[in-house]
Design a protein around this ligand. Structure first.
Ligand SMILES: [Zn+2]
Length: 375
């Protein structure tokens, strides 16, 4: 499928392929920096104004690219991450390949395909000698899959400086976009009891595992589907041998929170857990990880605008609420944001990661038009 306005499917796919074939697992900064080199070179070739911000905490760098037009006024912030969850070598088992209408590759769906659409839109404006009404800042980070620990302050600072935030994370089923995301909290419970011989000194022991079992029931029962609050005790460990009353036990907990109000209510509940047995101690570490990205009036207006732009292209966009988090969780509480503007596909984070080829050009044009119509 081709058309004459710069949205040629094979050309877009070729560009995505180049980005996918540079492997960039989050925890390998040499690799994510190679990916950043590529993105930097692509934007530089078209006159993007580039700042490269060194990563911290062992992560790769961030790229901030501003359009050569539009001055320093408040514009559009476009968020993309160029790291993936796939370790180096995945490309051998999951090479870029096209079968029918499906293209496969590590990170192609989450989210190199979407990240590339951002560059493609920029490149088209440059090639056509056109400018968008608002200046645009493209921010590419390399640590999103590890909670943007190095880049989150930059994301928050940039969100404050912009009027809109667009995020190129993958589209949802049916091509839908994302208007809200749950926040996340993570906790580790460390429980210390008192060890004893399970035969001769049973009564002297204080079982850390018994305490943990009671705590798990309490934590799990915080789940409340009606309030869209979910809690999962996902990892447990404890004890040493069957004939020893266990001294230590621990658990890792994941909590998903749709609103700030609920986060403020629930996080202290977990942080403040008390032991049933006075001779057993509980230490809770962790807490809020990413705040909820809640729907706001301004966010709905931004979506309504995107819906109209999509309708011009024959799309029927809905805004869904996602359980998974993204960098929209950091930017969305500050500035009206719309997420899920990336590519259509499936299999994020798996060896089946794929995108739908025949929908690429339409998706690219949606993003291009969105940039060109926000004022
Ligand atoms: Zn992602």
């Amino acid at each position: 499928m081709t058309n004459n306005s710069g949205f040629d499917t094979q050309e877009i796919l070729g560009g995505i392929r180049e980005w996918v074939e540079i492997e960039s697992p989050t925890d390998t900064p040499e690799a994510t920096n190679r990916m950043a080199d590529k993105v930097e070179a692509d934007f530089a070739a078209h006159g993007g104004k580039i700042d490269r911000i060194a990563g911290t905490q062992g992560f790769g760098d961030c790229l901030k690219v501003r359009t050569p037009w539009g001055g320093d006024g408040k514009g559009i912030l476009v968020l993309s991450h160029i790291d993936t969850v796939h370790p180096i070598g995945t490309l051998e088992r999951l090479p870029f390949r096209v079968e029918g209408d499906i293209a496969y590759g590590p990170g192609i769906f989450d989210m190199k395909g979407g990240a590339y659409l951002g560059f493609h839109a920029f490149r088209n404006y440059c090639r056509q000698g056109k400018e968008t009404p608002l200046p645009i800042t493209f921010l590419f980070n390399t640590d999103e899959e590890m909670c943007s620990r190095s880049s989150r302050d930059l994301i928050i600072a940039e969100a404050h400086k912009h009027k809109y935030v667009l995020v190129l994370e993958p589209a949802r089923d049916g091509g839908n976009v994302v208007g809200a995301r749950k926040g996340t909290a993570r906790f580790v419970l460390d429980i210390q009891g008192r060890p004893a011989h399970s035969g001769s000194r049973h009564a002297d022991g204080r079982s850390a595992i018994k305490e943990l079992a009671r705590q798990i029931i309490d934590i799990e029962s915080m789940t409340d589907y009606e309030r869209e609050l979910t809690v999962n005790v996902g990892v447990i460990s404890g004890g040493s041998r069957p004939n020893v009353i266990p001294e230590f036990a621990s658990a890792e907990v994941d909590m998903r929170l749709p609103t700030k109000a609920l986060a403020d209510e629930m996080i202290p509940k977990v942080a403040g857990l008390k032991s049933y047995d006075p001779d057993v101690t509980i230490k809770v570490s962790g807490g809020a990880e990413r705040p909820p990205f809640e729907q706001t009036e301004a966010g709905v207006a931004l979506f309504e605008h995107a819906r109209k732009v999509g309708a011009e292209l024959g799309m029927n966009l809905e805004a869904v609420k996602a359980g998974g988090a993204s960098d929209a969780n950091f930017a969305g509480p500050i500035t009206p944001a719309l997420d899920g503007l990336g590519v259509n596909g499936d299999g994020a984070h798996t060896m089946n990661e794929q995108i739908t080829v025949s929908l690429l050009a339409q998706r690219a044009e949606l993003f291009y038009r969105l940039l060109g119509s926000l004022e």
